[in-house]
Write a protein that binds this ligand. Structure first.
Ligand SMILES: C[S@@+](CC[C@H](N)C(=O)[O-])C[C@H]1O[C@@H](n2cnc3c(N)ncnc32)[C@H](O)[C@@H]1O
Length: 226
């Protein structure tokens, strides 16, 4: 039964059965993703694809943001289209869904990397996660260790390193309207200059029984590497 946000046993998480229906994704009873987030995911996908090129997405979930990112595949050659969509997914069942998504969309353009983000990035097989290798990054994982619970800004240092100059990072912010001072400080410490930290506020309608979001807005971060 879900009691609090976060699950600190990545190995159990990887092998756990995922339950997906039209409206939600649950793993080990945790409410990992719900479809009321759709407008927010649309905005995160829009931000992550602003530069086109190579886009990294951490966490496939229900594939909602991946679906929005895929809308930018076909702009290749006529603007700033996405040329590679790398999706990292830790859970085995969800990774299988991600592979199905890849096969139904553009197999040559979507790369699924199954594993926990910090492991696969450190491993850097085939140079996929080389420094300065991405034009955009969308991070929407689920806390698999204690340091990740507050918000997903903990990934900012890694994102900064993986981005090209001018590259854009966005993530599930866990903030309704503004960056808390300690959150902002994490972004500054990661290397993002204050003038390159922006955001948009997105209106959402979570159902009354949603366990992880009670507000009617969520902040969408827009961070650019200088
Ligand atoms: C909130 S869902 C992602 C939702 C997705 N953006 C969408 O639009 O449907 C989080 C996903 O990230 C995966 N995940 C959690 N922590 C991860 C990590 N450290 N590395 C890779 N995947 C992770 C979970 O298994 C889950 O499928």
């Amino acid at each position: 039964m879900y009691t609090e946000v976060g699950f600190y046993e990545p190995d159990s998480w990887k092998a756990a059965p995922a339950t997906v229906d039209e409206h939600s994704l649950k793993i080990l009873g945790h409410p990992v993703m719900e479809d009321w987030e759709r407008p927010y995911m649309q905005e995160l996908a829009r931000i992550a694809t602003l530069n086109g090129g190579r886009v990294l997405e951490i966490g496939f979930g229900m594939g909602i943001s991946a679906g929005f990112i895929s809308r930018f595949y076909d702009q290749r050659g006529i603007g700033r289209g996405v040329t590679e969509h790398v999706i990292v997914e830790a859970n085995r069942d969800v990774a299988a869904l991600a592979r199905k998504f890849r096969d139904e969309h553009r197999p040559g353009l979507v790369r699924i990397v199954e594993g926990v983000s910090y492991d696969v990035i450190a491993e850097n097989a085939d140079g996929v996660f080389r420094d300065g290798g991405f034009d955009g990054i969308l991070h929407d994982a689920y806390p698999l260790d204690e340091s990740q619970v507050q918000n997903q800004a903990h990934f900012a240092g890694t994102a900064y390193r993986l981005l090209k100059p001018g590259g854009i990072f966005t993530y599930f912010s866990d903030e309704p309207t503004q960056f808390r001072p300690e959150h902002l400080q994490m972004l500054l410490d990661a290397g993002f200059a204050r003038k390159n930290i922006d955001h948009k506020i997105i209106r959402v309608v979570p159902p009354a029984d949603c366990l992880y979001w009670k507000r009617d807005t969520i902040l969408a971060p827009i961070l650019r590497k200088g």
